[in-house]
Design a binder for this molecule. Structure first.
Ligand SMILES: [Mg+2]
Length: 256
């Protein structure tokens, strides 16, 4: 009892210092979010830029990890392939709803009912009167972006609540200047659990890096499986550029 009290008193009163990202291990299975983690955030999902050199770093890192490098994103798979071309990494897209596996096959990671068909026209009609608001339809969800109309946040949230209200299988996910209505089971955490069952990820230490609230399930899944869940804000000062430096330093000196 005495020892426990003593230990308790020695704990710092202030929050722990920011987490330092450890050097990338060759025995890791590395799962990376895209927007805000690998790429700087942009005003719209279509206006992101892929910095020179990033694709080469990812290619070399994938080789160093025996192919155990995957993108885990809210975007659809086609977006990732377009942005990272000619590289084609394993990808879990749409927040884990669908994936391209290491063997190149594409499949859903869980069974989801299609969205109620009236949701998209209803959302488009409501948002048509709000300049700057973008409605992004996805296979299993709808994202409502208000980065260019931040004053509309509460209107967007009310709309999302109106859509999801009374549908126990759906939830509202808050992202950077966006709300997304989506099936509850579709999470990045689920994607990591499923990918970790497959070679070349299986048996490695899962490490996930993401910048958003939508990434918490993935950080938790990585930790649950004995790995590490990193948040871009505390571990990289909120800078995608620092994440890229961290990745590049792991392959510095490797042959191209
Ligand atoms: Mg992100």
């Amino acid at each position: 009892m005495m020892d426990r009290l003593l230990v308790k008193r020695q704990q710092p009163a202030s929050p722990p210092s920011p987490q330092q990202p450890p050097p990338i291990g060759s025995d890791w299975a590395l799962f990376l979010d895209l927007d805000g983690t690998l790429l700087d955030l942009a005003p719209t999902p279509t206006s992101v830029e892929v910095p020179p050199g990033l694709i080469d770093v990812l290619r070399r890192l994938s080789a160093r990890l025996g192919g155990a490098l995957a993108i885990v994103t809210g975007r659809p798979l086609e977006d990732i392939d377009r942005l990272l071309a000619p590289l084609r990494l394993p990808v879990a897209g749409n927040h884990g709803a669908s994936a391209r596996l290491p063997d190149g096959t594409t499949r859903a990671l869980a069974e989801f009912a299609p969205l109620p068909p009236e949701w998209l026209p209803h959302a488009e009609e409501a948002c048509a009167t709000w300049p700057g608001v973008i409605v992004e339809p996805k296979p299993y969800s709808i994202a409502l972006h208000y980065r260019q109309a931040p004053e509309r946040e509460f209107d967007i949230l009310a709309l999302a609540r109106e859509l999801v209200g009374g549908h126990p299988d759906y939830e509202i996910l808050k992202a950077h200047y966006a709300y997304e209505v989506r099936p509850q089971q579709a999470t990045k955490g689920l994607a990591i659990e499923r990918l970790m069952e497959l070679a070349p990820f299986r048996g490695r230490i899962p490490v996930f890096v993401g910048d958003d609230e939508t990434d918490e399930s993935a950080r938790a899944a990585a930790r649950q499986l004995g790995g590490i869940g990193l948040d871009v804000a505390p571990s990289f000062g909120g800078s995608a550029g620092r994440v890229r430096q961290w990745l590049a330093s792991a392959v510095a000196g490797d042959g191209a």
